[in-house]
Write a protein that binds this ligand. Structure first.
Ligand SMILES: Nc1ncnc2c1ncn2[C@@H]1O[C@H](COP(=O)(O)OP(=O)(O)OP(=O)(O)O)[C@@H](O)[C@H]1O
Length: 241
């Protein structure tokens, strides 16, 4: 379980989180919706200690997060964060070097694990490719593989469908399912309602600095009230062939 108790955080003088009480149950897919600038990425970054709250507490697996270097290193092995933009995540020149970077940095030498993850993400034919020559969708797969190579307990996904085509989005849906099958708990920040409702067990909405809504799904009127992007599939009719 990841939980927060009365979390407050400012970026400079701007209050972003103003008393967030959040809960993601182990084994559930928890989706955080919210309009642009609501603070979704800021909240996610509290779950792996990238940001430290001004006040309030983050709990991971019932233990309060501590912010000394050793505790943070341990936390980041347990809680993997997939950034919205893979370029913010990819650190090594080639695909294989990047995927093995995290485990190697943590002192784990496990070539079988790396090989398995590369194959899982269909990257085994591209191990020596320079990351900066990959397409956006391929870079996304490298960044997902790099996080999974750490064998985390929780995976935080920040706008995972941004910039992906239909196939890419379906890959992300399957990826989320594979996480829960493997006993890993995903927490996802998105304003992509179609994607979020497809994968969510629990839906939360961050609005005006607090969790304003929590439920199993989200109605269309509520999605509109929260300014969320919506899709037209239900009313979409194909032109006559
Ligand atoms: N490093 C930073 N320094 C200063 N302000 C920041 C920083 N990061 C985010 N902010 C501000 O904090 C607020 C919340 O940003 P955040 O990225 O967490 O929102 P979000 O809900 O993820 O937005 P989006 O849907 O547009 O990605 C915004 O007003 C943003 O401008």
């Amino acid at each position: 379980m990841i939980e927060t108790d009365d979390l407050h955080f400012r970026h400079g003088d701007d209050p972003v989180l103003e008393g967030v009480n959040f809960e993601a149950r182990t084994g559930d897919v928890t989706v955080i919706f919210g309009r642009n600038g609501a603070g979704k990425s800021t909240l996610l970054r509290h779950f792996n200690g990238l940001f430290e709250p001004d006040s309030g507490t983050v709990f991971v697996g019932d233990e309060p997060v501590e912010y000394d270097d050793a505790s943070l290193a341990d936390l980041r092995m347990r809680v993997g964060l997939v950034f919205q933009n893979p370029d913010d995540q990819i650190v090594a020149p080639t695909v294989e070097q990047d995927v093995e970077f995290g485990p190697r940095n943590a002192g784990i030498d496990n070539p079988d694990r790396i090989e398995r993850v590369l194959s899982e993400f269909d990257l085994d034919e591209r191990t020596d490719r320079l990351c900066n020559t990959l397409s956006g969708g391929e870079k996304k797969r490298v960044s997902l593989a790099g996080v999974l190579a750490m064998e985390p307990e929780y995976v935080l996904l920040d706008e995972p469908t941004a910039g992906l085509d239909g196939d890419g989005c379906r890959t992300i849906v399957r990826f989320v399912e594979s996480l829960t099958d493997a006993g890993i708990t995903p927490i996802i920040a998105t304003h992509d309602v179609g994607f979020g409702l497809t994968v969510a067990d629990t839906v939360t909405v961050l609005e005006d600095g607090v969790i304003d809504y929590r439920g199993e799904t989200l109605s269309q009127p509520l999605a509109e009230r929260y300014g969320l992007r919506n899709y037209v599939f239900e009313t979409w009719t194909s032109p006559a062939e």
